[in-house]
Write a protein that binds this ligand. Structure first.
Ligand code: FCB
Length: 447
């Protein structure tokens, strides 16, 4: 069997480095009738939004199968499990707490504790309750305050069971894909809306941080952002400028306010009418000290200049590509980490997501996903290289534990290191999962 190998002296093999697997509530839980509807339920119900016309009503049925899933996670030899809380499973439309929802997560957290697996909890992985969207969603400043209340309720209830809290997962996707490009829920297409949603998401983060710290002083508290290093399609000045602008607009727009309390200055590029409206003091609220920054990395992006001075991305056509059509570009992970390290004073970093969708075939009960296995091999080496270059990377989470609902792509794209048969809900660990299991388990023995 093919293995994943790291140099003997790699920091990734040290006992203090954290390895884990990641999931998100809407993508795996199902049991939709036992929670409030969220913006993704609404979006899925709109014709043409999801490539295969599917939804999250059942997904991987993790809500009912969580005990078996945790046994599976434990069998992989991980240190940690990153998962998200469905807001609408714990807070009802009338503001009351859903005790059954809280009980579900408490049981999961207790089982993780029993199995000595650290819980990395994400509070918001895109599933805004529809009752808040009905009041404007992330375009309504009030949503940020509702998020802070939700964070308060959850963190009080969970007590010391949580090792790490991330407020938000990839606010870029919530804001840009959801409110600006319109390809994610709630499907709004408007530049100012995208900027406004981003601001309210960051405000929500900033309001929740001190609450989490107060309620759970022992937990590591931070945020998860996605990064894609931005390249110019050609050496022309216009394309170079386009890549710079895209980098400011997609990457730094989120990190700079968090770490430095200001947005990138895009005067001359972004109309003042597209800037977010904010109140005095908002940026101070946003720029809370972070215990960690979660970095999600999948690929790089290449940009060209548009005639109107804006940028557009060039879809990669050359292999190697994943089943998402994303270029496999492992050195981009090293590059973005080193770039960020040079540009900012960074908190400790966790790679909170990395992985690949590939076409999987189940043959005689096994999945020989060599391409995914190699993707992990290359990106673990890229992580190792970043650490050797001086970046303080403390952990790495594979996306994803299970094949699951891949948002606008539905169930057609499989990111799991474990295969899911959606008819029987049977789970089968893929070759990539077995290789990671071997890496993680051997390391544990050495520690
Ligand atoms: C990230 C999301 C995650 C998953 C991967 C493939 O942007 O955080 O839920 O869909 O992409």
């Amino acid at each position: 069997m093919k293995q994943i190998l790291l140099p003997n002296d790699s920091a990734l093999l040290q006992h203090r480095f954290t390895f884990g697997v990641a999931t998100a509530a809407f993508q795996i839980e199902g049991a939709a009738a036992l929670r409030e509807p969220c913006i993704w339920d609404t979006f899925c119900a709109e014709p043409g939004r999801i490539r295969d016309g599917s939804d999250g009503l059942v997904a991987c049925d993790h809500f009912h199968r969580w005990r078996d899933d945790l046994a599976l996670i434990a069998s992989l030899g991980v240190d940690a499990y990153r998962f998200s809380i469905a807001w609408g499973r714990v807070i009802r439309a009338d503001g009351s707490v859903n005790a059954e929802g809280i009980a579900f997560y408490l049981a999961l957290l207790d089982e993780l504790q029993t199995r000595n697996i650290k819980a990395y909890v994400t509070l918001y992985h895109w599933d805004l309750p529809q009752y808040l969207q009905d009041k404007g969603g992330w375009l309504n400043r009030e949503t940020a305050y509702r998020f802070a209340e939700y964070a308060d309720i959850v963190s009080r209830a969970f007590g010391d069971r949580v090792y790490s809290y991330a407020t938000l997962n990839e606010p870029f996707c919530s804001a840009y894909l959801g409110y600006e490009a319109g390809i994610h829920a709630p499907g709004v297409q408007n530049r100012q809306a995208g900027r406004q949603a981003a601001h309210h998401l960051l405000l929500a983060h900033g309001l929740a941080m001190p609450i989490l710290r107060r309620n759970c002083p022992q937990a590591l508290t931070g945020i998860v952002l996605n990064f894609s290093p931005c390249f110019a399609a050609t050496t022309s000045a216009a394309d170079q400028q386009a890549a710079w602008l895209a980098d400011q607009y997609h990457n730094h727009w989120y990190l700079q306010p968090l770490l430095e309390g200001c947005y990138p200055d895009l005067t001359g590029h972004l109309a003042s009418t597209d800037l977010p409206q904010m109140l005095a003091g908002d940026l101070d609220i946003i720029a809370q000290p972070l215990d960690f920054l979660g970095v999600n990395y999948y690929t790089r992006t290449v940009f060209t200049a548009r005639d109107d001075g804006w940028f557009s991305d060039v879809k990669p056509s050359q292999p190697p590509l994943t089943d998402m059509g994303w270029e496999i570009y492992p050195q981009g992970l090293t590059e973005i980490l080193v770039q960020l390290q040079q540009r900012y004073t960074l908190p400790p970093i966790y790679i909170t997501e990395n992985g690949a969708a590939m076409v999987d075939t189940l043959q005689e009960g096994s999945i020989n996903d060599v391409a995914r296995l190699e993707y992990y091999q290359q990106h673990l080496l890229a992580t190792d290289a970043a650490i050797r270059a001086g970046v303080d990377v403390r952990g790495y989470f594979a996306w994803s534990l299970l094949d699951n609902f891949e948002w606008a792509e539905g169930y057609a794209k499989r990111f799991g290191i474990v295969y899911v048969d959606y008819h029987t809900q049977q789970r089968t660990v893929k070759a990539s999962g077995l290789a990671l299991q071997q890496l993680w388990s051997n390391r544990n023995k050495k520690a």
